[in-house]
Design a protein around this ligand. Structure first.
Ligand code: GLC
Length: 471
C-alpha cells in the first residue's frame, strides 16, 4: 500500500515531542513490512535541512484570500530516514526555526495543509491512504473530500491519529477566507462549539480515527477537552494502538549518544559507568538512587507538582536520593525549579532545555524515571526508560497505565500511583529509595525491563490492517 503521512514534526528533522518520534519511525517500519510509506511536513529551518541535500520536486500555487501563494516541495535525496521525506516551503511562513509558538501559527498550518492538498492533485497515481497526525494536518481530510477543486482526491482513504487531544487548532470563521472553494452547506463538518475546530473536523471527515493507547481512547469518550461527545458519537471508527519505539535509535548497545554502551549481559557495570559520568556532570553522589524527569514543563505532564514534591521528598528522605530534571516549558515552573536548585539542596539539579543527547545519557545513567502526568496519551519516555533498564515511576493514566505494571502486581517491573498529587509522588519516591537498597532485586527488575519488546513492528502492522479494512 502507498501511504502519505502528514505531520508538523518528524524526528530527527524537527522535534518538539513524541509526535516527532512516532512520525520518524512508523513509516520506516511500514516500509520494512513491504509497503510504501512517506512523510510530508513543513520545511522548518533546522540543522537537518542544512545538513542534507534536497531535490526540488514540485512548484505550485493556490489562491489564498485573493492572492496567489506559491509553494515548493523538496525531497531529501537519499531517503536517509528509511522513507521518502518531503518538505513544504512557503516563503516567509514555513521556513522558520521553531515548529510552533508564532502568533500566526494558524495561518502557517493552514497554508501548509493547502499546499499538501494542492500537491496531491499533481500526483500521477494517488496514494491509497493519507494519514494525518494531530490538528496541524486536521483540515486536509475536509479539503480532500469537500473542496470543489479537489474532487480527484475524494476517494483516497484517510486516517487521523490523535497524539494529543488537548490542542485542537481552534479558529474563528473569518479564516475560511484562506480555505479552498467549498460549499457552505458543509460548514458543520468544520465546526465544534461555534468555531472552526480542525481536530474535530478530522474526526468527522476521516475513515478511521486512532489514538496512541487503548486507555487514552477510552478516556477520550469522557475527557477530550470539549470533544468527548464527538469521540463517543464516532466511537465505531475509533481505535487505540499503542506506540512503539524505534529500536534502532533507542538501543543502549549501539547508542552513540551515551558514554558506555551496554546490554542485558553487562547491565550492572554499564549502568554504573553511565551513572558515574552523569553524576559527575551534575555534582551528585553515584551511590544514591538517581531519579529523573524528562519532558515538557507543563500542567499536562504535572510538572507544576515537581518543585513541591521534590522539596518535600528531600525533607522526608534527606541525603537519600538525587533528582535531575531536563525540560523546558511554562516559565513559572522553570523558575521554581531553578530556585530549588539555588536553595543549595545539593541533591537536586535541573537543565532548563531541550537536549536530545543529554536525554539519552539520562535514560542510560538513571535508576528511576518519574512521569506523574495528568494526561498521557501514550508516553514514550517510559518505553525508552524500560529499554535502558531504568525503572518507570508512573501515574496510572493513558498509555502509562497500559505499559507499566507495578512491582507489587504479578509480573510487575515499575512503580505506579493513582493521583497526580504531591503526596503520591513523595510516597512513590519513598518506594523507589526503599527498593534501591535491594541490589539483587533491582538487577533482576532491570533485566526484566530490558526484555520487554516495545519495538514498532507489532503496531506498524496494526496500522496496515486498519488501512486494509477501509480500502
Ligand atoms: C504526544 C503525547 C504522548 C505521546 C506522543 C506520541 O506527545 O503527549 O503521550 O506518546 O504524542 O504519540
Amino acid at each position: 500500500m502507498e501511504i502519505l503521512h502528514v505531520s508538523a514534526e518528524c524526528y530527527p528533522v524537527a522535534k518538539a515531542g513524541g509526535l516527532a518520534d512516532v512520525v520518524g519511525a512508523l513509516p520506516k517500519y511500514q516500509n520494512e513490512l513491504g509497503h510504501y510509506s512517506k512523510v510530508v511536513m513543513p520545511m522548518h529551518k533546522t540543522a537537518f535541512l542544512h545538513q542534507h541535500t534536497w531535490d526540488l520536486i514540485h512548484k505550485g500555487y493556490f489562491d489564498l484570500d485573493g492572492e496567489t501563494t506559491r509553494y515548493t516541495i523538496i525531497k531529501e535525496k537519499t531517503n536517509v530516514l528509511g522513507f521518502e521525506l518531503y518538505c513544504v516551503d512557503v516563503f516567509g511562513l514555513l521556513d522558520r526555526e521553531k515548529i510552533y509558538g508564532y502568533a500566526d501559527d494558524n495561518i502557517r498550518f493552514l497554508v501548509f495543509q493547502r499546499a499538501v492538498t494542492d500537491w496531491l492533485m499533481h500526483w500521477e497515481s494517488l496514494p491509497d491512504v493519507v494519514h494525518v497526525h494531530d490538528y496541524h494536518a486536521g483540515l486536509i481530510p475536509f479539503f480532500m473530500k469537500h473542496g470543489f477543486d479537489y474532487q480527484r482526491l475524494n476517494k483516497i482513504k484517510t486516517v487521523l491519529t490523535v497524539h494529543n487531544a488537548q490542542y485542537q487548532g481552534w479558529m474563528n470563521w473569518s479564516n475560511t477566507k484562506y480555505f479552498p472553494v467549498w460549499d457552505n452547506w458543509k460548514a458543520g463538518l468544520l465546526e465544534w462549539n461555534n468555531q472552526i475546530n480542525p481536530l474535530a473536523s478530522a474526526v468527522k471527515c476521516v475513515d478511521r480515527v486512532t489514538t496512541v493507547s487503548e486507555s487514552y481512547m477510552k478516556a477520550l469518550f469522557h475527557q477530550a477537552n470539549g470533544l468527548e461527545h464527538l469521540f463517543a458519537y464516532e466511537s465505531k471508527k475509533c481505535l487505540g494502538i499503542i506506540n512503539g519505539i524505534d529500536f534502532k535509535v533507542w538501543n543502549p548497545q549501539t547508542d552513540d549518544k551515551i558514554i558506555f554502551n551496554y546490554s542485558e549481559k553487562n547491565i550492572a557495570i554499564g549502568k554504573q559507568n553511565n551513572k558515574e559520568n552523569l553524576c559527575a556532570q551534575f555534582g551528585f553522589d553515584p551511590s544514591l538512587p538517581l531519579i529523573i524527569f524528562i519532558g515538557r514543563l507543563v500542567g499536562e505532564k504535572a510538572a507544576d507538582l515537581l518543585p513541591e514534591s521534590i522539596r518535600q521528598a528531600l525533607t522526608k528522605y534527606p541525603a537519600q536520593f538525587n533528582f535531575l530534571v531536563l525540560g523546558n516549558g511554562e516559565s513559572h515552573i522553570e523558575s521554581e525549579l531553578s530556585h530549588l536548585q539555588l536553595n543549595g539542596y545539593g541533591y537536586f539539579n535541573t537543565q532548563i532545555a531541550f537536549n536530545e543527547t543529554l536525554s539519552h545519557q539520562m535514560y542510560a545513567g538513571a535508576d528511576f524515571l518519574l512521569m506523574p502526568s495528568r494526561v498521557e496519551p501514550c508516553g514514550l519516555n517510559q518505553l525508552y526508560a524500560l529499554r535502558y533498564g531504568t525503572m518507570p515511576i508512573v501515574r496510572r493514566t493513558g498509555g502509562l497505565k497500559d505499559t507499566v505494571t507495578d512491582i507489587g502486581d504479578k509480573d510487575g517491573f515499575g512503580i505506579c500511583f493513582e493521583q497526580a498529587s504531591v503526596k503520591d509522588i513523595v510516597d512513590s519516591i519513598g518506594r523507589a529509595i526503599h527498593l534501591y537498597q535491594n541490589t539483587s532485586a533491582m538487577l533482576s527488575f532491570r533485566k526484566k525491563m530490558m526484555h520487554i519488546n516495545h519495538s514498532w513492528e507489532n503496531s506498524a502492522e496494526k496500522y496496515i490492517k486498519i488501512y486494509q479494512t477501509i480500502s
